[in-house]
Design a protein around this ligand. Structure first.
Ligand SMILES: NC(=O)c1ccc[n+]([C@@H]2O[C@H](COP(=O)([O-])OP(=O)(O)OC[C@H]3O[C@@H](n4cnc5c(N)ncnc54)[C@H](O)[C@@H]3O)[C@@H](O)[C@H]2O)c1
Length: 331
């Protein structure tokens, strides 16, 4: 059994990673300020430290209280549009918190670190599918903040011997297949839950941002990776770090689904129409973002189990239908 510190473990992806760790019999301490996450998303078997990463003394106290085998760092500000409105805040928070956390880990002798990084590193990519050798050129402050964190970790690796894994997620979606966790953001900005809520009549019609892209149906193509598969990628990366140095992996299913494909999948799975209208393009949306995850697969043996779009939508639908108010339904 190992013990892990999971920042942001009350959030969407983090809570699924916590489940994956607990399912393997590991001990988990969640560090989360609950600004975006939910107390009810933290299983009773995990310890919740409700605190902010800006509180360096509290972070140090956590490392003094427990000895961790690794840190999994999910906590971040992650809404692209908000980062365009308030770039300095986004960069300051994401970079300072992440590097202070890594510093505390190094000082405590905890030398394994997994970072939630992002496909936003690649901006409008120079080629697709996007592998790790593609040009890093973020087109928004959110993506750039993650680039800066990756660079900081690289220096810690060279100088302090930190072993880190930077996992560049594409679009996380779906819910725990056992129904123990789901997606509950406020505001919600992700397509799958928005389309489901539109179908369930819980929000107004969905707006599709542009249907004149150079894609088969004119809408943007994205790579949806099931959140449980993403959680498993963290375990795979942790295992890799046992025996190898730092790594950077693009994590996706490797197939693109258009906005219209997602709408069709929600209608198929839910048996209800998704009310929607076509709006203008949204600034800064690249037409196609699809991951090449060959390196992750080859080096760790990771493979998505829930790669089919209908699996992603079905698990998300089941959770959202059962939890009309998200985690608020669970107290
Ligand atoms: N969801 C996606 O599709 C996606 C894609 C690419 C990258 N990512 C990255 O994955 C990570 C998790 O994403 P998510 O969708 O689960 O986000 P989320 O907002 O659901 O979870 C983030 C969690 O971090 C906590 N948090 C934020 N700031 C904190 C602070 N200062 N101190 C303590 N806790 C804090 C929040 O309360 C929340 O529980 C983020 O780093 C994000 O950038 C997500």
């Amino acid at each position: 059994m190992s013990r892990y510190l999971v920042t942001g473990g009350a959030g969407f992806v983090g809570s699924h990673a916590v489940l994956a760790l607990l399912d393997r019999g590991h001990e988990v301490v969640v560090f989360d300020n609950l600004t975006q996450g939910h107390r009810a998303a933290v299983p009773a078997a995990a310890t919740l430290v409700e605190a902010d990463l800006a509180d360096a003394a509290r972070v140090a106290e956590v490392f003094a209280t427990w000895r961790f085998d690794a840190v999994l760092h999910f906590a971040a500000l992650s809404i692209v549009g908000a980062s365009m409105r308030d770039p300095l805040h986004y960069i300051a928070e994401n970079v300072a918190h992440s590097l202070n956390l890594a510093n505390a880990a190094v000082r405590a002798g905890c030398l394994r670190f997994v970072l939630s990084s992002t496909a936003a590193l690649f901006g409008d990519p120079d080629r697709v599918p996007i592998d790790e050798a593609c040009r890093i050129a973020p087109s928004n402050p959110y993506g750039d903040s993650k680039r800066m964190v990756e660079e900081g970790l690289e220096w810690a690796a060279r100088i302090h011997g930190l072993r880190y894994a930077a996992l560049r997620y594409f679009n996380a979606a779906g819910s725990d297949p056992q129904g123990r966790a789901g997606e509950d953001h406020d505001p919600e900005t992700h397509l799958v839950p928005l389309a489901i809520d539109a179908a369930l009549g819980r929000r107004p019609a969905l707006t599709v941002f542009g249907e004149d892209y150079a894609t088969p149906d004119g809408t943007c193509l994205r790579d949806y990776v099931h959140v449980t598969d993403l959680a498993e990628a963290h375990l795979a990366a942790l295992a890799r770090l046992e025996t190898h140095g730092s790594c950077r992996y693009n994590v996706g299913s490797g197939t693109g689904a258009s906005v219209k494909d997602v709408i069709a999948a929600v209608e198929r799975v839910g048996g209800r129409p998704v009310p929607h209208s076509i709006g203008p393009r949204r600034a800064g949306d690249p037409p196609v973002l699809v991951a090449a995850s060959d390196r992750l697969r080859a080096e760790t043996g990771w493979a998505p189990r829930y790669g089919a779009l209908d699996d992603i939508v079905r698990t998300a639908w089941t959770w959202r239908e059962a939890h009309p108010k998200g985690y608020a339904d669970r107290g």
